[in-house]
Design a protein around this ligand. Sequence first.
Ligand code: HEM
Length: 219
Amino acid sequence: MKGNSALSSVAQKLVIGISGLLLCGFVAAHLAGNLLLYITDGNYKAFNEYAKNLHDFALLPVIEIGLLVLFLVHIVLTLWMQLQSSKARPEGYAVRKSKQGRGAVAAQNIMHLSGLVVLAFILLHLADLRFGLRFNEDGLSPAQTVLQVLRDPVSAMFYTIGPLLLGYHLFHGFQSSFQSLGLGGERFMRIVKIVGAVFAVVVAVGFASLPVWVTLLRK
Ligand code: HEM
């Protein structure tokens, strides 16, 4: 019985890791698309063409459903594992008592908290830019719509804090995904750590730079 639950917790970690890595792929592609906003020539022609091609892509609904499933699996499994580990009290207590254990528990708590704030940001972001619930002026190009959202001071704050926390989440999440997959040795993990750190910084700075740029330079 105990063996079974250990196995399923390994399997759950594996699924969290794989879904996290696939989400990293989406984040990288999404960042590359959004950075086209910096090419302002021809009234943001590059970004508008990218957005148009994306909307015209026949498989977009399939990708969107896939993304939703990935996000749900990643979040629900993480929360489920958290619930399970807090239920296993005596063991958890012993871990919390040691200095190293306290550090690990604190890091895990910060991961969950940053994940939840990132989730709140994504929900606001989808309401704004996917469903147009707050900003839905007719006749704007995709670039003008994004700029309109980023010009709003409250949105600018969320669009800065959200990506910075996403960066923090990736900083820890990227390497722990590989740990869950159990790939490679010490040297491989050192490289994964460096790649993860660079990726986290690029994602955080790349996304967060857009609201800062719009607020400071493109008023
Ligand atoms: C400055 C930062 C960002 C900008 C300007 C931005 C821009 C956009 C735009 C314009 C769309 C709508 C695409 C469409 O019309 O269907 C979108 C969708 C989306 N964004 Fe962002 N985004 C930003 C940051 C992020 C971050 C950090 C995440 C976190 C993972 C994220 C996740 C998503 C998701 C999940 C969708 C829905 C994808 C879809 O349904 O096709 N975005 N974003």
